[in-house]
Design a protein around this ligand. Structure first.
Ligand SMILES: N[C@@H](CCC(=O)N[C@@H](CS)C(=O)NCC(=O)O)C(=O)O
Length: 335
């Protein structure tokens, strides 16, 4: 059985989200069916075109979500994101190409993510896939030794994450996030639409990977108290720069990406777990209410976000993992 949502209902999305939720959820519950959206004319497109694009790659995501999670809210959110993107004219124009094989709905086994639970870089890929409501198989890499799949799919760096889409591997977390944004372009956009904003987001993401995070990581391996203090000061200075970047790029909204989590939110947010680990191990508050008040609020919002909260490891678990790494490092370092 199918569910039909008429065009008039689409307009509810913007004007009355709660009512829309009721409509979608009640119909899903009522029929326990494959959602289908019918509209004679959406944003000036013909019924056939609209039907083709809406039914083909996107709605089945909502459908699969309901089956898997038996959760009306999750189903509604997936459906809502689909509908929302179709009511934006500019968004619609980007989607008028016939879906290529790579943008069609993929079955679970077609998308795999090779990762490791404590890895902040892996979290980036997971958040991006969650934002786009893409189902994927998570393959935990233990590195003992590195699996043949990892060595085959990332022979250059031999690191996780590796996203494997239809047997094609994509390596490097930030490249994966951009790839996910390109392939599943129907979902909420991850990269900013303006070239300048994209450039700025990429600038800060590169700063985080090349400078800020390596400094944070080296706090754990600091040689002596002076070295540790110097590194902590550098981390704090970086956070002040990022506080400023947040104020500029968010333009008063909740995230670096504006109203929604975007590229820079993902690039930075994935390090929050390890930032807390460093705070816990050193006893120094790095994300500080006085020095970086906006980042403190942003971090709370980021961690509570639906695409993030299930993939953000618990700090205590990460602290245990960090202690194990430090013990291993100490054991292998000659006196
Ligand atoms: N620049 C890479 C970094 C990935 C990375 O460092 N991954 C770590 C896990 S957090 C890894 O696979 N380490 C295994 C190794 O270095 O042998 C990215 O952004 O994906």
């Amino acid at each position: 059985m199918s569910m039909y949502i008429a065009k008039s209902r689409l307009s509810y999305i913007h004007t009355n989200i709660h009512r829309t939720q009721e409509i979608v959820c009640s119909q899903i519950q009522l029929f326990n069916m494959t959602p289908k959206i019918l509209s004679k004319d959406i944003c000036g497109r013909s019924w056939n075109t609209a039907r083709c694009y809406i039914l083909d790659p996107f709605v089945s995501l909502a459908c699969r979500k309901t089956k898997r999670e038996s959760n009306d809210r999750a189903c509604f959110m997936a459906l809502y994101n689909v509908l929302k993107s179709y009511t934006y004219h500019d968004h619609w124009c980007r989607k008028t190409r016939r879906p290529t094989s790579s943008s069609k709905t993929m079955t679970k086994s077609e998308v795999k993510l090779l990762g490791a639970w404590p890895s902040p870089f892996v979290m980036r890929a997971r958040i991006a896939l969650n934002i786009k409501s893409v189902s994927y198989e998570f393959l935990e890499e233990t590195f003992q030794p590195k699996s043949p799949l990892l060595l085959d799919s990332n022979p250059v760096y031999k690191k996780v994450p590796v996203l494997i889409n239809q047997d094609k591997p994509i390596c490097e977390s930030l490249i994966i996030v951009q790839y996910v944004d390109d392939v599943w372009s129907s979902g909420p956009s991850i990269l900013p639409s303006e070239p300048y904003d994209r450039a700025i987001a990429r600038f800060w993401a590169t700063y985080l990977d090349d400078k800020w995070y390596p400094t944070l990581r080296s706090v754990r391996g600091a040689k002596g108290e002076d070295d540790r203090k110097k590194l902590i000061t550098e981390v704090g200075e970086g956070l002040t720069l990022l506080e400023d970047a947040l104020n500029k790029t968010s333009r008063g909204k909740d995230f670096f990406g504006g109203d929604q989590i975007g590229y820079l939110d993902i690039a930075f947010g994935c390090f929050l777990g390890w930032l807390r680990v460093t705070e816990s191990l050193t006893g120094v508050k790095l994300l500080d209410q006085v020095k970086t008040p906006c980042l403190v609020k942003w971090a709370e919002r980021f961690c509570a976000h639906g695409a993030v909260k299930d993939v953000m490891p618990q700090t205590e678990k990460l602290v245990e993992f960090a202690k194990m790494l430090m013990a291993k490092m100490a054991a292998s370092t000659p006196n």
